[in-house]
Write a protein that binds this ligand. Structure first.
Ligand SMILES: [Zn+2]
Length: 220
Protein backbone atom coordinates (compact mmCIF):
# COMPACT_ATOMS: atom_id res chain seq x y z
CA UNK A 1 0.00 0.00 0.00
CA UNK A 2 2.69 2.49 -0.86
CA UNK A 3 4.20 4.22 -3.84
CA UNK A 4 2.54 6.40 -6.40
CA UNK A 5 0.92 3.69 -8.50
CA UNK A 6 -2.49 2.24 -7.79
CA UNK A 7 -5.31 0.73 -9.78
CA UNK A 8 -6.36 3.28 -12.34
CA UNK A 9 -8.93 3.18 -15.09
CA UNK A 10 -8.35 5.10 -18.29
CA UNK A 11 -11.02 6.63 -20.54
CA UNK A 12 -13.02 5.85 -22.63
CA UNK A 13 -15.36 4.69 -19.87
CA UNK A 14 -18.67 2.80 -20.17
CA UNK A 15 -21.70 4.83 -19.06
CA UNK A 16 -22.02 2.81 -15.82
CA UNK A 17 -18.51 3.90 -14.86
CA UNK A 18 -19.31 7.52 -15.78
CA UNK A 19 -22.35 7.30 -13.49
CA UNK A 20 -20.27 5.99 -10.59
CA UNK A 21 -17.62 8.67 -11.05
CA UNK A 22 -20.19 11.48 -11.10
CA UNK A 23 -22.02 9.98 -8.11
CA UNK A 24 -18.72 9.95 -6.28
CA UNK A 25 -18.02 13.59 -7.15
CA UNK A 26 -21.55 14.55 -6.10
CA UNK A 27 -20.97 13.28 -2.57
CA UNK A 28 -18.96 16.45 -2.13
CA UNK A 29 -17.37 15.44 1.14
CA UNK A 30 -14.07 14.64 -0.51
CA UNK A 31 -14.04 15.76 -4.12
CA UNK A 32 -10.88 14.20 -5.49
CA UNK A 33 -11.06 15.23 -9.10
CA UNK A 34 -10.72 18.95 -9.66
CA UNK A 35 -9.65 21.04 -12.62
CA UNK A 36 -5.89 21.49 -12.62
CA UNK A 37 -5.88 24.34 -15.15
CA UNK A 38 -4.05 27.31 -13.62
CA UNK A 39 -6.76 29.92 -14.20
CA UNK A 40 -9.44 29.03 -11.62
CA UNK A 41 -9.97 30.49 -8.15
CA UNK A 42 -10.34 28.20 -5.12
CA UNK A 43 -12.23 25.99 -4.72
CA UNK A 44 -11.13 24.54 -8.04
CA UNK A 45 -14.07 23.32 -10.15
CA UNK A 46 -15.03 19.67 -9.58
CA UNK A 47 -14.51 17.76 -12.83
CA UNK A 48 -17.43 16.10 -14.61
CA UNK A 49 -17.04 12.56 -15.93
CA UNK A 50 -17.94 11.81 -19.56
CA UNK A 51 -17.35 8.67 -21.60
CA UNK A 52 -14.27 10.40 -23.07
CA UNK A 53 -12.87 11.27 -19.63
CA UNK A 54 -13.06 14.14 -17.15
CA UNK A 55 -13.92 17.63 -18.39
CA UNK A 56 -14.04 20.98 -16.63
CA UNK A 57 -17.58 22.33 -16.00
CA UNK A 58 -16.34 25.75 -17.13
CA UNK A 59 -17.15 25.86 -20.85
CA UNK A 60 -14.25 28.28 -21.39
CA UNK A 61 -11.79 25.74 -19.97
CA UNK A 62 -10.25 23.03 -22.14
CA UNK A 63 -8.84 20.93 -19.26
CA UNK A 64 -9.35 17.18 -19.57
CA UNK A 65 -8.12 14.19 -17.57
CA UNK A 66 -8.31 10.62 -18.79
CA UNK A 67 -7.79 8.60 -15.61
CA UNK A 68 -9.56 7.86 -12.36
CA UNK A 69 -8.95 5.50 -9.44
CA UNK A 70 -10.59 2.15 -10.12
CA UNK A 71 -12.47 2.15 -6.81
CA UNK A 72 -14.23 5.38 -7.76
CA UNK A 73 -15.50 3.92 -11.02
CA UNK A 74 -17.04 0.75 -9.63
CA UNK A 75 -19.13 2.23 -6.81
CA UNK A 76 -17.10 0.86 -3.90
CA UNK A 77 -16.01 4.24 -2.60
CA UNK A 78 -19.43 5.77 -3.21
CA UNK A 79 -21.16 3.07 -1.18
CA UNK A 80 -18.79 3.57 1.73
CA UNK A 81 -19.02 7.33 1.54
CA UNK A 82 -22.82 7.37 1.34
CA UNK A 83 -23.02 5.61 4.67
CA UNK A 84 -20.92 8.38 6.10
CA UNK A 85 -22.77 11.15 4.26
CA UNK A 86 -26.01 10.00 5.92
CA UNK A 87 -24.38 10.51 9.27
CA UNK A 88 -22.64 13.82 8.64
CA UNK A 89 -23.64 16.40 11.17
CA UNK A 90 -24.38 13.85 13.88
CA UNK A 91 -22.35 14.25 17.03
CA UNK A 92 -21.98 10.51 17.36
CA UNK A 93 -22.44 7.80 14.79
CA UNK A 94 -23.86 4.43 15.79
CA UNK A 95 -21.48 1.52 16.19
CA UNK A 96 -18.96 0.04 18.55
CA UNK A 97 -15.92 1.91 19.80
CA UNK A 98 -12.79 0.97 17.89
CA UNK A 99 -9.66 0.01 19.76
CA UNK A 100 -6.44 1.88 18.98
CA UNK A 101 -5.27 -1.26 17.14
CA UNK A 102 -8.40 -1.24 14.97
CA UNK A 103 -7.93 2.46 14.20
CA UNK A 104 -4.34 1.78 13.20
CA UNK A 105 -5.44 -1.11 10.97
CA UNK A 106 -7.92 1.14 9.16
CA UNK A 107 -5.37 3.94 8.79
CA UNK A 108 -2.50 1.75 7.65
CA UNK A 109 -4.61 -0.31 5.26
CA UNK A 110 -5.94 2.53 3.13
CA UNK A 111 -4.72 5.24 0.81
CA UNK A 112 -6.02 8.74 1.32
CA UNK A 113 -6.32 11.80 -0.87
CA UNK A 114 -6.96 15.21 0.60
CA UNK A 115 -7.13 18.84 -0.37
CA UNK A 116 -6.86 19.96 3.25
CA UNK A 117 -6.82 18.56 6.77
CA UNK A 118 -10.60 18.70 7.07
CA UNK A 119 -11.05 16.46 4.02
CA UNK A 120 -8.64 13.99 5.55
CA UNK A 121 -10.66 14.02 8.82
CA UNK A 122 -13.80 13.29 6.82
CA UNK A 123 -12.16 10.44 4.91
CA UNK A 124 -10.81 8.82 8.05
CA UNK A 125 -14.09 9.25 9.91
CA UNK A 126 -15.94 7.83 6.89
CA UNK A 127 -13.78 4.73 6.82
CA UNK A 128 -14.27 4.13 10.54
CA UNK A 129 -18.03 4.56 10.17
CA UNK A 130 -18.05 2.24 7.16
CA UNK A 131 -16.21 -0.26 9.37
CA UNK A 132 -19.09 -0.10 11.87
CA UNK A 133 -17.35 2.07 14.42
CA UNK A 134 -18.69 4.95 16.47
CA UNK A 135 -16.94 8.23 15.67
CA UNK A 136 -17.19 11.77 17.06
CA UNK A 137 -15.51 14.76 15.46
CA UNK A 138 -13.90 17.83 17.03
CA UNK A 139 -14.40 16.55 20.54
CA UNK A 140 -13.71 19.04 23.36
CA UNK A 141 -11.49 17.64 26.10
CA UNK A 142 -11.95 18.46 29.77
CA UNK A 143 -8.32 19.60 29.86
CA UNK A 144 -8.88 22.03 26.99
CA UNK A 145 -8.53 21.80 23.23
CA UNK A 146 -10.47 19.76 20.74
CA UNK A 147 -9.21 16.46 19.41
CA UNK A 148 -9.96 15.70 15.76
CA UNK A 149 -11.73 12.37 16.23
CA UNK A 150 -12.72 10.11 19.09
CA UNK A 151 -14.00 6.55 19.04
CA UNK A 152 -14.88 5.38 22.51
CA UNK A 153 -12.00 6.63 24.65
CA UNK A 154 -9.47 6.43 21.84
CA UNK A 155 -8.41 9.83 20.53
CA UNK A 156 -7.22 10.33 16.96
CA UNK A 157 -5.24 13.44 16.08
CA UNK A 158 -4.65 14.05 12.38
CA UNK A 159 -1.77 16.17 11.16
CA UNK A 160 -0.93 17.37 7.68
CA UNK A 161 1.21 20.22 9.01
CA UNK A 162 2.91 21.52 12.09
CA UNK A 163 6.40 21.51 13.52
CA UNK A 164 7.26 18.25 15.30
CA UNK A 165 7.77 20.15 18.57
CA UNK A 166 4.25 21.64 18.34
CA UNK A 167 2.73 18.27 17.52
CA UNK A 168 4.59 16.69 20.42
CA UNK A 169 3.27 19.34 22.81
CA UNK A 170 -0.27 18.73 21.60
CA UNK A 171 0.10 14.96 21.97
CA UNK A 172 1.51 15.41 25.46
CA UNK A 173 -1.44 17.61 26.44
CA UNK A 174 -4.03 15.23 24.99
CA UNK A 175 -2.32 12.22 26.59
CA UNK A 176 -2.74 13.90 29.97
CA UNK A 177 -6.51 14.21 29.48
CA UNK A 178 -8.62 11.92 31.69
CA UNK A 179 -11.01 11.57 28.71
CA UNK A 180 -8.47 9.61 26.68
CA UNK A 181 -7.21 6.06 27.27
CA UNK A 182 -5.18 5.75 24.07
CA UNK A 183 -4.02 8.12 21.37
CA UNK A 184 -3.37 7.63 17.68
CA UNK A 185 -1.38 10.28 15.83
CA UNK A 186 -2.11 10.02 12.11
CA UNK A 187 0.33 12.12 10.15
CA UNK A 188 1.06 12.74 6.51
CA UNK A 189 4.39 14.42 7.28
CA UNK A 190 7.68 12.57 7.06
CA UNK A 191 9.14 15.20 9.40
CA UNK A 192 6.88 13.88 12.17
CA UNK A 193 8.89 10.64 12.18
CA UNK A 194 11.17 12.41 14.61
CA UNK A 195 8.34 12.08 17.14
CA UNK A 196 8.38 8.31 16.61
CA UNK A 197 12.12 8.37 17.19
CA UNK A 198 11.50 10.20 20.48
CA UNK A 199 8.65 8.13 21.90
CA UNK A 200 8.62 5.05 19.61
CA UNK A 201 5.91 4.21 17.07
CA UNK A 202 4.07 2.57 19.97
CA UNK A 203 5.16 4.67 22.88
CA UNK A 204 3.71 5.91 26.14
CA UNK A 205 3.21 9.58 26.98
CA UNK A 206 1.75 10.66 30.32
CA UNK A 207 0.88 6.99 30.97
CA UNK A 208 -1.20 6.91 27.79
CA UNK A 209 -0.27 4.60 24.91
CA UNK A 210 0.40 6.63 21.75
CA UNK A 211 0.63 5.01 18.33
CA UNK A 212 2.00 6.96 15.38
CA UNK A 213 0.74 6.06 11.91
CA UNK A 214 2.12 7.45 8.68
CA UNK A 215 -0.77 8.13 6.28
CA UNK A 216 -0.40 6.73 2.77
CA UNK A 217 -1.72 8.78 -0.09
CA UNK A 218 -1.32 12.29 -1.42
CA UNK A 219 -2.38 15.87 -1.03
CA UNK A 220 -4.24 17.21 -4.07
ZN1 LIG B 1 -11.03 24.25 -15.70
Amino acid sequence: MSGSTQDRITAPWPSAVVGCLNAYQALGYAVLYRCQAPDHDEPLPALVATEEGWVCPDSQCAYTQNWACAEHGDGRATAAAEIFADLLGERMTPGAAATAEQVVTVLAGNRFFWADEYELHQSIAGLLVAGGFEVRQEVPLSTGGRIDLMTGRVGIEIKVNGRPSEVMRQITRYAASPDIDALVLATTRATHRIIARTIGTEGVVNDTPVTIVQINGMAL
